[in-house]
Design a protein around this ligand. Structure first.
Ligand code: ATP
Ligand code: MG
Length: 374
């Protein structure tokens, strides 16, 4: 995956920006609030079809009606052109892939990018939803079918929840539940089985990265935690067929409880991830430095997984990562990116974070414009 050109029009604080990227490391330097993160965000948006924290309207330059992100890239050595138009007034968007109008779900998996930003550090302390989201994105990027399987599962959960409430109010018969339990268990089994496999792979890769960046001082292990496992018999394996039966029995056994609470009390929508450094639970005992290193190790293993499934690395977007790492870790990181030939965009406020001789390009960003490049 290579991005050749980025064109932004009225996106955030950029009136018009034209960039020709290097194949290796691209460094965006500038003072605070100049637009460095906005550039990374535009790529992330075009890749996922969604902004991490902002609404569409906030992405359009103030006083303007529409923003355009246009990215010229190659995937498996074939050139593509992706254009996303965002409108400030309505919740609609226009997406053109190689000149043809496509739906949002069709662009997922086209331009693969992975972004690291300072808020990723909160993944370890936020609610389980943030950790599920991380896993869902990893899986959806690796195989777009996961996204539709997850959508199906979420829809079925919602429908089952509606039925549970109706039964509670005597507006429906409990006998209707079995049909939903059947469908929901089939959908849940697919999700959980894929997640377990993904976590097994993540474990190997993320631990390798953690060791690399920490100069062999830290071991990382990741555990997929099935919600409320203490109250059910643990699954004997994670084959889809086995899990389907396992879920069906648990859903049925919980019919009565679920009717009372009016929602589905078991399933992958409640599962979580837990992280351990040298055997100790990261969220309880991890230092700031360990949290940072692990967040980065997760991102780097995410791109390794994408490389395995897609045959090439995604674009790596590193927002403000340098200021959080000591000199040794910064050096190890750059060494790794260059040796693996990963096209990377890094933002930083100081040139001093980088070696004097750096392979790649440096862009100086000032007040929503490219001042000059080196
Ligand atoms: P830092 O080093 O502090 O992270 P940065 O260079 O990454 O800074 P960005 O977050 O990319 O900064 O840009 C922030 C600037 O963009 C802010 O000044 C903000 O006011 C401006 N901005 C954000 N959204 C819009 C918008 N819709 N229209 C115009 N300007 C915007
Ligand atoms: Mg920034």
């Amino acid at each position: 995956m290579r991005i050749f050109k980025i064109f932004l029009n009225d996106f955030r604080n950029f009136t018009a920006l034209n960039l020709n990227l290097s194949d290796t490391v691209n460094i965006f330097l500038g003072r605070n609030a100049q637009g460095k993160t906005n550039i990374l965000e535009s790529i992330n948006f075009a890749s996922l079809g969604t902004a991490r924290i902002s609404k569409d309207t906030e992405l359009v330059r103030w006083t303007q009606d529409a923003a355009i992100i246009r990215i010229n890239f190659s995937k498996a050595d074939v050139s593509h052109d992706l254009a996303v138009e965002i409108y400030s007034d309505k919740r609609r968007r226009r997406i053109l892939f190689d000149g043809n109008a496509v739906k949002l779900r069709d662009i997922i998996g086209k331009l693969n990018a992975v972004m690291f930003s300072p808020e990723d550090l909160f993944i370890f302390r936020n609610s389980p939803a943030a950790r599920r989201r991380f896993l869902n994105i990893v899986l959806a990027q690796a195989a777009p079918i996961y996204f539709s399987e997850l959508t199906t599962y979420n829809r079925l959960t919602e429908q089952r929840n509606n039925l549970l409430k109706k039964i509670r109010e005597n507006l429906a018969s409990p006998s209707n539940l079995e049909l939903w339990n059947e469908q929901l268990s089939a959908a849940a089994a697919k999700i959980t089985s894929k997640r377990i496999t993904a976590v097994e792979n993540l474990n190997i890769l993320a631990n390798d990265m953690q060791q690399k960046i920490s100069a062999q001082e830290e071991n990382l292990s990741i555990v997929y935690e099935i919600h409320d496992l203490k109250n059910v018999d643990a699954p004997k394996n994670f084959d889809v067929e086995y899990l389907q039966n396992w879920y069906r029995e648990i859903f049925s056994a919980r019919n009565f409880t679920d009717i009372q609470r009016g929602s589905t009390s078991f399933g992958p929508h409640l599962d979580d991830l837990n992280f351990f450094i040298n055997g100790k639970e990261l969220r309880l005992y991890g230092s700031q430095g360990q949290l940072r290193t692990t967040a980065l190790a997760l991102k780097l293993s995410e791109i390794e997984m994408l490389k395995i499934s897609a045959g090439e690395y995604p674009i790596l977007l590193l927002d403000d990562v340098m200021s959080e790492l000591d000199a040794m870790r910064r050096e190890k990181l750059l060494e790794f990116l260059l040796s693996q030939k990963i096209q990377t965009l890094i933002t930083a406020t100081e040139k001093a974070y980088f070696p004097a001789q750096i392979t790649g390009k440096i862009f100086f960003i000032e007040n929503g414009a490219l001042k000059f490049e080196e």
